[in-house]
Write a protein that binds this ligand. Structure first.
Ligand code: ATP
Ligand code: MG
Length: 422
C-alpha cells in the first residue's frame, strides 16, 4: 500500500505573488531530492504530497534536508467523507505513543457537513470508545490531526520539522570561496537556506594538473549536495599567483591573497550566472577578517560580498557544522591547501596599497592563467559519477555557445555554465 507524506511550506507561503513560483521550485527540489526512490510528488491545496511505496525512513530523512520545508508528516490520505476519516483516525489511534490524546481537526473545505469543533468531539469520543485513552486538550501525549481538504482528507499524528528557509535556486547564485575549513561549508549551508545556490571555488596548492579531485574539499561538497542536489566545484591552483607575489611584503600576504581570490571570483561569476561572492568570514576571527581588512577585500568589487557568518561565534559555527554533518570532515588534515599564512599579518591593510599591488602585479592576468590550469567538477545526484572538465575548456565552450543566439540557461538548470571569457 502506498504511503502519503504531506509537506507544508513555511516562508514560501508568505511570498504573495511569487508564491506559485516558490511552491513550484520547492516541488521540483523535493522531486530531485527523492530521485530514484519511485516517489510521486504533486502540489495542490497549498501543500505538497509525496506518495511512496516503501523506504519511508529514507524519504523522511531526505525531506528533512530540503530547504523551504516547514514540516512534514506521514499521513493517511482518504476520501473527504466522515466514515473514511473516522476509520483513518481509529487506525491512527491504535498506534499512538503515550496515553492521553486529542483530536485537532481543520476544515479547509467549508462544504464538509461538520465543523472542525464537531469533528473534534465526534472523532474524540469514537477514539475513547475504541481505545479507552483519556482525552487531554491542554497537554496530550499525542495529537491526531485531521485536515479536510477539497479532494481528500488527511489524518496524521507525527509532524517532523523541516529545515525552513527558501527553496534552493530561488535566490540566485554566488561564487563561494570554499576553503575546506569549518566555516565556509557552514556559510554555504546558510546561503542555501535562504534559497541561494553556491558555486564552490577553491584555490589549492597542488601542482597544476593534479587537482585534489577526491580530497576533503570535494567530499565536503558532496555532503552539502545532500541539501541542494546539483553542485559545482571549481578547483584553481594558485601556483601562478604565488610566483607573481614572491617579493610582496609578508605582512600583506593574507590581504593580497584574499584580493586575488576576490578578483578571480568576480572574473568567473558571469560564466556561472552568479550575482555575488560569498565567504566564510566571521568578524575579527582572524587578522584577515577585521572590519578594516574586510573593507580592503571589498574595495572596488563589482559584486556584493555576502558573509553569512559575520556575527557568529566559533562555537555557534561548530555546533551548526556538527548538525549539518561537515564538522568531522573539516577537521581532517588538508595537505593540498597550504593556506597563505603570515606571522604578523596587518589588521589594517590599506585598501589603496593592496589595490596598487593587485594592479602592478596584474592579478587579473594571473587569475585567467590559473583558470586555464583549473578543473570544473559537476555533481548531479541523478548521475553516478561527477562530470569533470578542464576549467579553461569549459569557459571557452560556454563563451562560444553564447556567441550563437540561444536561450539563457534555464532557471531549472541551476548548475549550468552560462558564458565566460575565453
Ligand atoms: P574556514 O573559514 O573555511 O573554516 P579557515 O577558518 O581556516 O577555514 P580562514 O582563514 O578563516 O579559513 O578564511 C576565511 C575565508 O576565506 C574562508 O571562509 C573562505 O571563504 C576563504 N578562503 C580561505 N582559504 C581559501 C581557499 N584556499 N580557497 C577558497 N577560499 C578560501
Ligand atoms: Mg574562518
Amino acid at each position: 500500500m502506498s504511503r502519503t507524506f504531506v509537506v507544508h511550506y513555511s516562508e514560501v507561503a508568505l511570498k504573495g505573488k511569487n508564491r506559485p513560483e516558490f511552491a513550484r521550485a520547492l516541488t521540483r527540489n523535493i522531486k530531485r531530492a527523492l530521485w530514484g526512490m519511485n516517489a510521486t510528488v504533486s502540489q495542490s491545496e497549498s501543500r505538497i504530497f509525496v506518495e511512496v511505496d516503501d523506504r519511508e525512513q529514507e524519504v523522511a530523512e531526505k525531506l528533512s534536508r530540503v530547504f523551504g520545508v516547514s514540516w512534514f508528516a506521514p499521513a493517511s490520505s482518504v476520501p473527504p467523507d466522515y466514515e473514511s476519516v473516522r476509520d483513518a483516525a481509529l487506525r491512527c489511534a491504535a498506534s499512538l505513543p503515550g496515553r492521553t490524546f486529542r483530536i485537532s481537526a481543520r476544515r479547509s473545505d467549508k462544504s464538509f457537513p461538520m465543523t472542525s469543533g464537531e469533528l473534534d468531539r465526534t472523532l474524540g469520543s469514537e477514539v475513547v470508545g475504541l481505545t479507552a485513552r483519556p482525552v487531554d486538550l491542554s497537554s496530550p501525549d499525542a495529537t491526531i490531526h485531521v485536515d479536510v481538504l477539497r479532494r481528500r482528507a488527511l489524518v496524521y499524528s507525527a509532524r517532523t520539522r523541516g529545515p525552513g528557509g527558501l527553496p534552493v535556486g530561488t535566490a540566485g547564485r554566488t561564487m563561494h570561496l570554499f576553503s575546506g575549513g569549518i566555516d565556509s561549508p557552514v556559510a554555504a549551508w546558510l546561503l542555501m537556506k535562504r534559497g541561494c545556490r553556491p558555486v564552490y571555488l577553491h584555490f589549492h596548492a597542488s601542482p597544476p594538473g593534479e587537482a585534489p579531485m577526491d580530497g576533503k574539499v570535494a567530499r565536503l561538497v558532496k555532503v552539502l549536495a545532500g541539501y541542494c542536489g546539483k553542485s559545482t566545484l571549481v578547483l584553481v591552483p594558485f601556483a601562478e599567483y604565488q610566483i607573481a607575489t614572491m617579493d610582496a611584503p609578508g605582512e600583506l600576504e593574507p590581504s593580497l591573497f584574499r584580493r586575488f581570490m576576490r578578483i578571480s571570483a568576480e572574473a568567473l561569476a558571469p560564466a556561472f550566472n552568479a550575482s555575488g561572492i560569498s565567504t566564510g568570514d566571521s568578524l575579527s576571527q582572524a587578522a584577515s577578517q577585521t572590519l578594516w581588512n574586510i573593507r580592503t577585500f571589498d574595495e572596488g568589487s563589482s559584486l556584493p560580498v555576502l558573509r553569512p557568518l559575520l556575527t557568529y561565534d566559533k562555537e555557534e559555527i561548530v555546533s551548526l557544522a556538527r548538525e549539518i554533518g561537515t564538522y568531522e570532515l573539516s577537521l581532517e588534515e588538508y595537505k593540498d591547501c597550504c593556506s597563505i599564512v603570515s606571522r604578523h599579518p596587518k589588521t589594517r591593510a590599506k585598501a589603496a596599497t593592496v589595490s596598487e599591488f593587485a594592479t602592478r602585479l596584474a592579478f587579473s592576468d594571473f587569475a585567467w592563467k590559473s583558470f586555464d590550469q583549473g578543473t570544473l567538477i559537476s555533481y548531479d545526484p541523478e548521475r553516478p559519477e561527477p562530470k569533470v572538465l578542464p576549467l579553461g575548456d569549459a569557459l571557452r565552450r560556454a563563451a562560444s555557445r553564447d556567441a550563437a543566439p540561444r536561450p539563457l540557461a534555464s532557471r531549472q538548470d541551476d548548475a549550468g555554465l552560462r558564458s565566460g571569457k575565453p
